[in-house]
Design a protein around this ligand. Structure first.
Ligand SMILES: [Zn+2]
Length: 177
């Protein structure tokens, strides 16, 4: 068995991740997964020939918790694309602004924090945007990240037998990031 990678689907056919073919064979052997595609060649044992999986589907549904990023400066800046949410500038020193100020009872939650440049933060000066007659460029919220799984490429694209499971049947040239 060489370095073949196997696409692992959840029980509901959603792509979960990619694992080594050895692990995939073990999961199938232990009845923890079923083989859907066998594009990884064959493996000879003493007396048998086994098809090696290329795509497997887990027997049980794995529930992964929704990705809720940690609330910190870096994540807030990243969500707001390093842009002041009041003036739209990117080139000034950035700070964190509580939209409803803490001393007015504003909580430290995703929905109440935005990126603000030092200038706008000073201008706002502990007031709500309404009180300061300032307008937010967008309504802050919890950033939505796609569930991430990394797919190795072959010749700049992913393995052809994975495509139907990744919804890529009609996009033969697309490389999945
Ligand atoms: Zn600003």
């Amino acid at each position: 068995m060489d370095n073949h990678q196997v696409l692992v689907l959840n029980q509901d056919y959603q792509p979960l991740n990619v694992c080594h073919v050895r692990r995939a064979v073990l999961l199938v052997y232990q009845s923890k997964a079923e083989m859907l595609e066998n594009g990884s060649g064959f493996w000879h044992s003493e007396k048998d020939l086994f098809a090696l999986p290329s795509v497997i589907r887990l027997s049980c549904l794995i529930k992964h918790p929704p990705l809720r990023p940690k609330l910190n400066r870096a994540e807030i800046f990243s969500r707001d694309k390093h842009t002041c949410q009041y003036c739209g500038r990117k080139d000034l020193e950035l700070t964190i602004d509580h939209v409803n100020p803490k001393h007015q009872g504003g909580p430290h939650v995703w929905e109440n924090v935005v990126t603000a440049c030092l200038h706008c933060n000073r201008l706002k000066a502990g007031r709500t945007p309404e009180q300061a007659h300032m307008k937010l460029l967008s309504t802050p919220g919890v950033p939505q990240y796609r569930y991430g799984y990394s797919l190795p490429r072959s010749n700049g694209s992913i393995r052809h037998e994975w495509r139907p499971y990744l919804g890529l049947e009609n996009e033969p040239k697309l490389a999945v990031e």
